[in-house]
Structure formats: structure tokens, C-alpha cells
Design a protein around this ligand. Structure first.
Ligand code: AP5
Length: 217
């Protein structure tokens, strides 16, 4: 499959992407995960991105496009890809369109996860993420907790709260989403590529996306 997952911070993009990638081996590409790994490794990209991310601002389009051009050219994307957190601005969407044309790859569709603001805030403040960069399993202390001692059920590493999960950064991320990313909903609707999903559970969303993939022309 070749899909984009759109949705506000905390809408469940990462959770749904991980489940979708298990269906046919399509790679889950999360720009947030790549950037967090770059910060941890102290690369030039990571050093440039750090302050933007901690504030809940977007990393500049030019940096994100360089990183994504490199990622989408890797051979593992031939099996398919699920883009999580990218594109996030109209210029990124336009650049992606040009890049996919050059690579001879076409999108199936754009899945927009619709979740109410109160639910999002609740989910973000209760999320825990595995600290092992090769695992990064996503948990939620209410709906899907890690082990009682706070370690990851998959790999045993400690789970942590992300650095952009302060109340201030969450509010900024939501405002940035409204201003910069929500316009992509109309952008992709006009191209006839948008599908909206309003399911309560991630498993239901995955089933609905699977149905739409089999129904696509
Ligand atoms: P990024 O890592 O992409 O964060 P985000 O978009 O803010 O999204 P999240 O990862 O917070 O949420 P999610 O929708 O994946 O939800 P999740 O599945 O974890 O970006 C971080 C930062 O990086 C940005 O602020 C920016 O600075 C930078 N960046 C990244 N991409 C960029 C780009 N393209 N351009 C510029 N800058 C970029 O779920 C959330 C919680 O809810 C979890 O606890 C989960 O267990 C729970 N949950 C999920 N689904 C359900 C459900 N159905 N029911 C109950 N609980 C659920």
C-alpha cells in the first residue's frame, strides 16, 4: 500500500501505521520518529531540528524534504509505505507529489483520522513510548498500558513520556496543526484522494482502511 496518514497530534497515526505495516510489509515512515532518532544520535539534522520540536513548532520544510527524499529513495519502500506525520504543510505536499512522480510511484489515498480535541489532549497526556529506538512501541496508561513496572511489553526497555508532551508544547502543536496541516484536508479532497475515518478503535480504523484499499480502482 502507498498511503498518507493525516490527523492532529495524538489522533492515532503512529498506532494505526504500525498495525497497517503488519498487513503487507509496507514500511511505516514517521518523520517524528526519524527526527527524534537524529536528535538522540546528535546528527546535524538532529541539532537543527531539536529546538523546533521541543517548542512544538514544525521543522523547516527544506530539512524535512531532504530527509524524506533520502528515505523514500531506499529500496524497502518498493513494497509500499505508510507516511505518518508527513506531509504536514502544503509546500511539503507539493514537493512530495513531484518526488513521487520522479520515482514513478502513485499514492493509493490519504487517510484522515478525525478525533475530537478533548480526546486528543487526554491521549497525549497519557501516552508512553518505548525508549528503545529500534522498537518505539506506543502505549497508553489508560487504553493500552506497558508492563506494571513501566517497561515495554515487546522489548523490556523503559517507556517514557516524550519531551514535547508538556501542556504548553501540546497546545502549540495543536495550534500549529490547525494553521499549517489542516489545510491539507481540502488540498487532498480536491485531488479526489481523501478518505475520512472516525472510528473509536485503531483496529476498526485499520479494517476500514483495508476495505478501502481493496475497493480502490
Ligand atoms: P510527530 O512525532 O509526528 O507527532 P504528532 O503528529 O504530533 O503525532 P503524535 O506522534 O503525537 O501522535 P499520533 O497521531 O501518532 O498518535 P499515537 O498513535 O502516538 O511529530 C513530532 C514533532 O516533529 C512535530 O511537532 C514537529 O516539530 C516535527 N515534525 C514531524 N514531522 C514533521 C514534518 N513533516 N514537518 C515538519 N516538522 C515535523 O497515539 C497517541 C496516544 O493515544 C497513544 O498513547 C496511543 O496509545 C493512544 N491511542 C491511539 N489510538 C487510540 C485509540 N483508538 N483509542 C485509545 N487510545 C488510542
Amino acid at each position: 500500500m502507498r498511503i498518507i496518514l493525516l490527523g492532529a497530534p495524538g489522533a492515532g497515526k503512529g498506532t494505526v501505521a504500525k498495525l497497517l505495516s503488519q498487513i503487507d510489509g509496507s514500511v511505516h515512515i514517521s518523520t517524528g520518529d526519524i527526527l527524534r532518532a537524529a536528535i538522540k544520535e546528535g546528527t546535524e539534522l538532529g541539532m537543527k531540528a531539536k529546538a523546533y520540536m521541543e517548542r512544538g513548532d514544525l521543522v523547516p520544510d527544506e530539512l524535512v524534504m531532504l530527509m524524506m527524499e533520502d528515505r523514500l529513495r531506499r529500496p524497502d519502500t518498493d513494497k509500499g509505505f505508510i507516511l505518518d506525520g508527513f506531509p504536514r504543510t502544503i509546500p511539503q505536499a507539493e514537493a512530495l507529489e513531484g518526488l513521487l512522480k520522479r520515482l514513478g510511484k502513485e499514492l493509493d489515498f490519504v487517510a484522515n483520522l478525525e478525533v475530537e480535541r478533548e480526546v486528543i489532549i487526554d491521549r497525549l497526556t497519557t501516552r508512553r513510548t518505548c525508549s528503545n529506538p529500534d522498537c518505539q512501541e506506543i502505549y497508553n496508561v489508560k487504553s493500552n498500558p506497558p508492563l506494571p513496572d513501566g517497561t515495554c511489553r515487546k522489548c523490556g526497555s523503559p517507556t517514557v513520556q516524550r519531551e514535547d508532551e508538556t501542556e504548553e508544547a501540546i497546545a502549540n502543536r495543536l495550534a500549529t496543526y490547525q494553521a499549517k496541516t489542516a489545510p491539507l484536508i481540502d488540498y487532498y479532497a480536491r485531488k479526489g484522494l481523501l478518505k475520512n475515518y472516525r472510528s473509536v478503535s485503531s483496529a476498526e480504523t485499520v479494517e476500514a482502511v483495508k476495505r478501502d484499499l481493496t475497493l480502490r480502482p
